[in-house]
Write a protein that binds this ligand. Structure first.
Ligand code: ATP
Ligand code: MG
Length: 441
């Protein structure tokens, strides 16, 4: 397998060597190249200390000086991470203090898994692989560098990383490593919420079928410790995020959010909010996902029932469904529904057929953006009602809602003249009926 770092990375390595230092490509990019997978971030490890690295290159950014990492900007302004060979001198399962002045082999020895501890020299086209990472790639095996229990105790995140790498590459976890992962699970609560959240996000971004990672989370006890809301999730529920197609627009973050939504469906709305807050997701993400879970709980069964006849639902049903879900939530919620249905079908359960999904998506999204489904879409507003003698006060909102209701059933009713006539005939002077909670009819 050829390892072919980009030109800028080769240049940085060459410059460090010319200055008299060792420099190697390391980490995920080397691993992925050996597996024939593209990887954009090529990390460089060097014997030069950070201050020297900053003097050798014109444009640098001190991105993690205390850990030895300097960002080197290439001619196109792209940043490459150059990290000084280091070893951990002190670890407490969360943080590490590092020391420089060590060899490449020591630097590789502090890395988590053998497949992540392979170095490549582009100037000599040579691989340095003291822990047989290439052998483990060939065996499709995830194994810690060194004693698994000790390595997990140094940094508890490694247990979760093991599950992600195993799922991402469909590797088996070497039995001693797996045993250590299980023993580590009871210490996972020591990890910061941010690191756990990032692990979940990376899993959603990187693993083709996230359930292959999360089944392991459940099995080793990680859910019970850090995500109790999912500890009782069934296999099918954990696979709800597996069938989420990447969105046409929006890229991986949008899919990530939809995947997190899908996996939280079984937990239900309130529990989702609590869980995501504890994991320190941003307030806007928490509200969005919790709202999606709530809408799914309230609206997905109705949609399924409407599809049971094997055809698309009637336009008026579609408009009413969108009005309840809300225009901005419709597309994402449909994607989540499709993924859930895909997971159910894969498990041999009942779900609407896939051939309905694509046309359903098209019809509902077209409707969401064309049809009048909320107050702001009406051809008249509160001022017009006041002019008719309706209101002021909350009755205005109720009349507008009643008009929305009318327009959802009959889009042609949404003309200024038509709505003014309905309002005058049905609500003027009789607004008290609505105040008392009466309906439109
Ligand atoms: P990804 O594709 O997820 O970025 P990666 O292997 O590049 O995979 P990073 O988290 O970017 O992973 O870390 C880069 C390298 O640093 C890893 O390949 C590994 O050698 C080392 N590393 C990262 N995190 C740890 C850790 N917690 N313990 C030990 N080594 C680690
Ligand atoms: Mg990386």
């Amino acid at each position: 397998m050829s390892i072919d770092p980009p030109r800028a990375v080769r240049d940085i390595v060459r410059q460090l060597e010319r200055a008299g230092f060792e420099a190697w490509c390391v980490g995920g990019a080397v691993r992925d190249a050996l597996m024939g997978v593209e990887h954009l971030d090529w990390d460089i490890a060097t014997s030069a200390e950070p201050a020297r690295v900053r003097r050798i290159f014109r444009n640098t950014v001190p991105i993690g000086i205390e850990f030895g990492t300097v960002g080197v900007l290439d001619g196109s302004g792209v940043m490459h991470e150059v990290t000084t060979f280091r070893r951990d001198v002190e670890t407490d399962g969360r943080h590490a203090r590092v020391a420089f002045g060590v060899s490449l082999e020591e630097d590789l020895a502090r890395r988590d898994f053998t497949i992540n501890a392979i170095a490549y020299s582009p100037t000599r086209d040579a691989v340095f692989d003291p822990f047989d990472g290439q052998g483990d790639i060939a065996r499709r095996m995830l194994r810690t560098v060194g004693n698994p229990d000790e390595r997990m105790a140094e940094d508890r995140l490694r247990a979760l990383r093991a599950l992600r790498f195993a799922a991402r590459f469909a590797f088996t976890i070497d039995p001693p490593t797996w045993t250590a992962v299980g023993r580590s699970s009871e210490h996972l609560a020591r990890l910061s919420a941010e690191r756990i959240r990032q692990e979940i996000e990376k899993t959603m971004d990187q693993v083709a079928t996230p359930s292959s990672a999360f089944l392991l989370w459940r099995e080793c006890g990680a859910f019970a410790r850090v995500l109790p809301a999912l500890a009782g999730a069934s296999d099918v529920e954990l696979s709800f995020a597996d069938c989420l197609a990447p969105p046409r627009a929006g890229g991986p973050p949008a899919r990530r959010v939809n995947r997190i939504t899908a996996i939280m469906l079984g937990a239900g709305p309130g529990s989702t909010r609590r869980t995501l807050r504890e994991l320190r997701f941003s307030n806007s993400i928490v509200s969005w996902i919790d709202g999606q879970v709530e809408k799914w709980s309230a609206e997905s069964a109705g949609l399924e029932a409407a599809l049971a006849a094997g055809r698309l639902p009637a336009p008026a049903f579609a408009r009413r469904w969108i009005a309840r879900v809300g225009r901005p939530r419709t597309g994402a919620l449909l994607r989540v529904c499709f993924s859930v249905w895909g997971a159910r079908r894969a498990a041999g359960r009942e779900a609407p057929p896939p051939e309905l999904c694509f046309p359903l998506y098209g019809r509902l999204l077209r409707s969401a953006f064309r049809d009048a489904i909320e107050r702001a879409d009406l051809s008249i507003d509160g001022e017009d009602l006041l002019a008719l003698g309706i209101g002021p006060g909350p009755v205005i909102g109720r009349v507008l809602d009643a008009l929305v209701d009318r327009v959802i059933d009959d889009p042609l009713a949404n003309s200024r003249q038509g709505l003014l006539r309905i309002a005058a005939q049905e609500f003027n002077g009789d607004a008290g009926r609505l105040d008392r909670g009466g309906g439109v009819q």
